[in-house]
Design a protein around this ligand. Structure first.
Ligand SMILES: *[C@@H]1O[C@H](CO)[C@@H](O)[C@H](O)[C@H]1NC(C)=O
Ligand SMILES: *[C@@H]1O[C@H](CO)[C@@H](O)[C@H](O)[C@H]1NC(C)=O
Ligand SMILES: *[C@@H]1O[C@H](CO)[C@@H](O)[C@H](O)[C@H]1NC(C)=O
Ligand SMILES: *[C@@H]1O[C@H](CO)[C@@H](O)[C@H](O)[C@H]1NC(C)=O
Ligand SMILES: *[C@@H]1O[C@H](CO)[C@@H](O)[C@H](O)[C@H]1NC(C)=O
Ligand SMILES: *[C@@H]1O[C@H](CO)[C@@H](O)[C@H](O)[C@H]1NC(C)=O
Ligand SMILES: *[C@@H]1O[C@H](CO)[C@@H](O)[C@H](O)[C@H]1NC(C)=O
Ligand SMILES: *[C@@H]1O[C@H](CO)[C@@H](O)[C@H](O)[C@H]1NC(C)=O
Ligand SMILES: *[C@@H]1O[C@H](CO)[C@@H](O)[C@H](O)[C@H]1NC(C)=O
Length: 712
């Protein structure tokens, strides 16, 4: 009953282009226009199993080649889906009015174990106007025939009742098939024949075919158009296929027979019940049945594989990254990356340029600082040289045991905390005196002058040396100097109890200041000045004797200070002119006329200091808080009228007897003589003071000259 017809071998036109070779090495990758991927193969050695072995036969007209699996022409293989499309033959039944007989063409199809007819994609399709067609199927040859049977009836009464496009019982009937069929056969009921309508339709057709590939036409009923589909080579039928008959779990146990040979492949159990498929895992494509068959998909390139990415796309093994460029944000996949800042490039440029400029600035600052530092060091050396530092150094080396130090400016800066305001001991017209603490804990006084006499610059070092050699208990000792600066700095011993000026005019108001203490200070100061004038070599004129230049040590012993540089006895007129020294109220009136500073100028000034001690008044003082008075001239005037007693300090008046006060007043008068020559020398002043001091302590000495001789 079943009739097997040879298939028409015709070349398939307009098939899609094959992809890269996915056959076993050395095996043909295609037959005609059909790709043959492994596990399929042309020839036994090229396929995984006989079920997948294809023949590549010439078409009957000899114009091309087509693959066959057994008797079935394969039109296309879908590796990833585990499907294949074959061309199936159409069964038919036709009425022949000339002989009043029926001719039939019934087909069956038996597929190998690896294949099933796709139940989702295929439909049993029947065409005719008086037609009943049966389909019988089976789930595999091993299970026996007769598992499945159904039929489909198609009826129409006239040509006019036919319409294109719809297959809904009028001239056309379709029915689904169950899952897992591997075999089917078709039969027609002969009692349904077209003997009475052969005028417009003679034949009925039935076939299992891909539903999507079928579109009903009225002409299929009235003509033999249906048979002419695909040039008569058959209608498409979709097959599902699997490799082996085991499940994935079973298959994995035997590595040598496991079909998913490629890395990055996975095993999928067939939905049709038996066997499994292989698939490349996500991000890979290719042939999972071949070793290294699954290749990474470059999601950033090509057309097919390219993933949407409006940002930067970077392919990675099995995946890819899509991100917005640095400095921008947004949706890099289907949106757009927007710049984070208004102008990222400009911003970057700005940052670059700014940092370059900053770098440049820093480096030029460094260079400038190095340059300045060098300049500074050079300037220090220059000053040192200018001030006769080298000569001084040599001299110091020559004189052993001399305690005179040449300080470095950093030492002094450190000692005074960078000449901090809190360290200021006193301020004068010429400069400022700071208290300094050396590293070893020694306390020093540092005098920083404002000016230096240019003409004497070079002699400075030498003068320092002379001053350093002055050694008198009532003279503030000079410890050293610093010549590295424009105006040399002098370093003295630190005398803690302030100045005589302070003691007389401020302190005495609190505590009594006895006459004998006054005399002691006067004598000590006079002795110091006498030493400067006569013992020191060369002689030194103080030039600025005043109560604020007489310092007091911890025992209230006087220490004459501030005989600075340039106060040595001048050698010529030129030097003289520059020596504008002294303080108002103490200034030698003769000096104002002659401009000649002499040791007697110091005597005059000392006279004023002595007056201060006796009267407790300042050299220039205010009487009745209005009238400015010169102490010296006031005193001299009052002495003329013999009224000098009135202006003396109460303490002095109380303590001293008339004779002592008179002698002291006379001494003052002598010192304040207008003519320097008439003034006593400092030495004489000191002697008188010494005598008066002793007389104050032991008044009886004065009374008996003999006793005095005895005592001496
Ligand atoms: C297939 O391979 C076997 C050995 O592996 C060989 O003997 C045989 O000739 C091969 N067949 C073809 C068609 O190449
Ligand atoms: C294809 O060719 C082979 C031999 O070349 C033959 O055995 C086979 O029957 C042929 N198949 C068809 C369908 O012609
Ligand atoms: C194999 O994987 C691809 C992509 O990963 C997928 O489209 C396809 O459906 C898979 N095949 C099966 C049979 O699951
Ligand atoms: C055609 O069908 C009729 C019944 O509809 C039947 O009597 C007749 O014998 C059939 N013709 C042939 C050739 O089988
Ligand atoms: C069906 O389509 C064909 C051509 O596409 C047309 O000639 C014919 O008239 C159509 N028949 C009906 C019933 O629409
Ligand atoms: C077939 O058509 C012819 C003429 O067109 C007509 O004479 C004959 O009766 C028709 N036959 C049937 C069975 O309708
Ligand atoms: C080929 O594989 C199928 C399962 O897919 C199996 O049933 C069959 O026995 C295999 N044939 C050979 C020759 O290995
Ligand atoms: C594994 O498969 C190979 C080839 O298919 C077969 O020869 C072997 O016996 C199998 N081993 C097991 C343990 O199933
Ligand atoms: C872009 O993709 C996101 C998820 O990635 C989705 O939510 C959004 O709707 C998409 N927009 C457009 C315009 O496709």
């Amino acid at each position: 009953m079943l009739l097997l017809l040879s298939l028409l071998l015709l070349e398939l036109a307009a098939m899609p282009l094959p992809a890269a070779s996915e056959a076993l090495p050395g095996c043909p990758s295609s037959c005609g226009a059909v790709d043959i991927p492994y596990p399929f193969g042309i020839g036994r050695n090229c396929s995984i199993n006989d079920s997948f072995t294809l023949d590549c036969n010439r078409t009957s007209d000899g114009t091309g080649e087509v693959p066959f699996q057994g008797d079935v022409e394969i039109a296309e293989i879908f590796l990833a889906q585990g499907r294949a499309r074959l061309l199936n033959q159409i069964s038919s039944q036709c009425y022949d009015p000339t002989t009043d007989s029926i001719s039939s063409n019934f087909w069956y199809l038996q597929m190998a174990d690896a294949y099933t007819f796709s139940d989702t994609l295929n439909k049993f399709t029947v065409l005719g106007c008086q037609t009943l067609a049966y389909i019988e199927g089976d789930k595999g040859s091993t299970e026996g025939v007769g598992g499945y049977q159904t039929g489909c009836v198609a009826v129409c009464h006239s040509e006019g009742s036919l319409s294109n496009d719809t297959c809904a019982g009028i001239g056309c009937c379709q029915t689904a098939i169950p899952r897992g069929l591997q075999y089917y056969e078709v039969s027609f009921d002969a009692d349904f024949n077209t003997s009475h309508i052969y005028n417009f339709t003679r034949c009925s057709y039935a076939v299992l075919m891909e539903a999507e590939a079928f579109q009903f036409r009225a002409s299929f009923i009235t003509t033999d158009d249906f048979l002419a589909i695909n040039s008569g080579r058959g209608v498409p039928l979709m097959l599902d296929w699997t490799v082996q008959t085991e499940t994935c779990a079973q298959a994995r146990r035997n590595a040598s027979s496991y079909a998913c040979k490629s890395d990055n492949s996975e095993c999928l159990d067939s939905v049709n019940g038996k066997g499994y498929l292989c698939n490349c895992t996500g991000g890979y494509k290719g042939n999972p049945y071949l070793p290294n068959g699954c290749q990474d998909i470059d999601e950033c390139a090509g057309e097919e594989d390219r993933k949407p990415c409006t940002g930067i796309c970077r392919n990675l093994p099995g995946k890819y990254e899509c991100f917005c460029p640095r400095g921008s944000h947004g949706n890099p996949i289907n949106g757009t990356c927007l710049p984070r800042a208004t102008l990222p490039l400009a911003a970057t440029l700005t940052i670059c340029i700014t940092s370059s400029i900053v770098l440049l600035l820093i480096s030029s600052m460094c260079i400038f600082m190095i340059y300045e530092r060098k300049k500074y060091v050079k300037a220090k050396q220059q000053h040192f040289k200018e001030h006769g530092g080298w000569k001084l150094l040599e001299e110091i080396k020559g004189k052993q045991g001399l305690r005179f130090k040449i300080f470095k400016i950093n030492e002094l800066e450190e000692a005074t905390n960078k000449f901090d305001e809190t360290r200021v001991l006193g301020r004068g017209g010429h400069g400022t005196v700071y208290k300094g603490i050396l590293e070893d804990g020694h306390v020093i006084a540092i005098k920083k002058s404002k000016f230096i006499d240019e003409s004497q610059k070079n002699e400075y070092g030498k003068e320092m040396l002379i001053l350093s050699q002055i050694n008198h208990k009532n003279i503030v000792k000079i410890l050293g100097c610093c010549l590295e600066v424009e105006v040399p700095i002098l370093v003295y011993e630190y005398v803690p109890n302030g100045t005589l000026h302070h003691l007389i005019h401020e302190k005495s108001k609190i505590s009594p200041f006895s006459l004998s203490a006054r005399l002691r200070i006067a004598y000590d100061s006079a002795d110091a000045l006498a030493y400067l004038h006569s013992t020191a070599s060369p002689p030194i004129i103080h030039g600025d004797v005043k109560s604020s230049n007489i310092l007091l040590d911890e025992n209230y012993m006087a220490k004459v200070s501030d005989f600075g540089a340039s106060k040595l006895v001048p050698k010529d007129e030129n030097q003289l002119a520059t020596l504008v020294q002294g303080t108002c109220g103490y200034l030698d009136p003769e000096y104002l006329q002659t401009c000649k500073l002499t040791d007697k100028s110091d005597v005059y000034s000392f006279g004023v200091v002595l007056l201060e001690l006796l009267t407790g008044k300042k050299a220039i003082y205010f009487e009745d808080s209005r009238q400015e008075r010169n102490l010296a001239s006031t005193f001299l005037l009052s002495m003329k009228d013999n009224r000098h007693y009135e202006i003396l300090d109460n303490e002095v008046k109380n303590e001293g007897d008339i004779q002592l006060i008179q002698e002291l007043s006379d001494l003052c008068k002598q010192c304040l003589k207008i003519s320097g020559e008439e003034r006593p020398t400092m030495k004489e002043v000191a002697q008188v003071l010494n005598r008066l001091m002793k007389f104050k302590q032991h008044p009886w000495i004065q009374e008996n000259n003999e006793t005095k001789i005895l005592l001496v």
